[in-house]
Design a protein around this ligand. Structure first.
Ligand code: ADP
Length: 257
């Protein structure tokens, strides 16, 4: 599926981009940049939607006692976003690839002019060989406007860019019939032929994650409705994109009709 797709959105979750100590996993970003460079060589076009600004911010400044207050969270994201993108920039530079930052909110997808502007920017960056890196604009978001999770943001991005495929990299191999962190007998569902048939226990997200499996299913619904395929796979797997490209990795494939 990845080998056949041309326009690919890759979403990286907070649990994927952080290590067990709660810091940004630099090795993951390095590995991802190497793999995206490989995909670009194969003629693919890639847009990245990345979480991790808050974790980066906390890693940078850990002394703020009010870091759970909303305004402090936003401030930490503002600090962390720079660090996060610096890491991407550093590792992509090894392959001569430039990146472009796009920060979006839910209301950007509700206004025609803005959609047009986002599309124009995306298409131009891609035409020029640049990798757009998207995140939610935490500075301007208030609760009601917040997309709240980058799964939905990635699905909307895939939709307005007319992507062929959305790959969500999480800390889990794919969709299970129940939460594998709670049930040892949970079974991986490898192919979802019709997202409307899916009825699983959605569980709750863990410490850094905001979306849980629910927002991944919502993303699959949005994508599949617009004839975009979706893959949910583990970003904890070394060379995950390469393995998906070679069809050597168990994951969940949400097939559009
Ligand atoms: P991310 O930060 O990558 O967006 P989340 O923590 O938000 O990740 O969501 C992934 C988590 O959803 C998994 O680690 C798992 O604990 C939980 N989950 C709950 N139910 C399921 C299920 N049926 N199949 C897979 N994961 C599930």
């Amino acid at each position: 599926m990845l080998a056949n797709a041309k326009k690919i959105v890759i979403k990286i979750g907070s649990n994927t981009i952080s290590n067990s100590k709660g810091f940004i996993n630099e090795h993951f970003i390095k590995n991802l940049c190497e793999e995206v460079a490989f995909l670009k060589q194969k003629g693919k076009e890639v847009v990245i939607v990345t979480s991790g600004a808050k974790i980066s911010g906390i890693s940078a400044i850990n002394k703020w006692s009010r870091k759970s207050d909303m305004n402090y969270k936003q401030a930490l994201c503002a600090i962390g976003q720079v660090r996060l993108l610096n890491s991407y920039d550093k590792y992509f530079a090894e392959y001569g690839i430039n990146i472009g930052q796009i920060l979006l909110t839910m209301d950007d997808f509700l206004v025609d002019d803005r959609i047009l502007n986002i599309r124009n920017t995306l298409f131009t960056l891609i035409d020029e060989g640049v990798v757009p890196i998207i995140n939610e604009n935490d500075t301007v978001c208030v609760k009601e406007l917040k997309i709240g999770d980058n799964d939905t943001l990635a699905a909307h991005t895939a939709m307005i860019w007319n992507a062929d495929l959305l790959i969500i990299l999480s800390d889990i191999e794919g969709l299970y019939d129940k939460n594998p962190k709670e049930y040892v007998d949970a079974k991986l569902i490898e192919v979802v032929a019709n997202i409307d048939d899916i009825d699983v226990d959605e569980g709750i997200a863990n410490e850094f994650g905001t979306g849980g499996i629910k927002t991944k299913l919502d993303a699959a619904r949005i994508c599949n409705n617009y004839e975009i395929d979706m893959i949910l796979a583990s970003g904890k797997e070394e060379d995950v994109l390469l393995k998906l490209y070679e069809n050597k990795l168990a994951c969940t494939y949400f097939k559009s009709n």
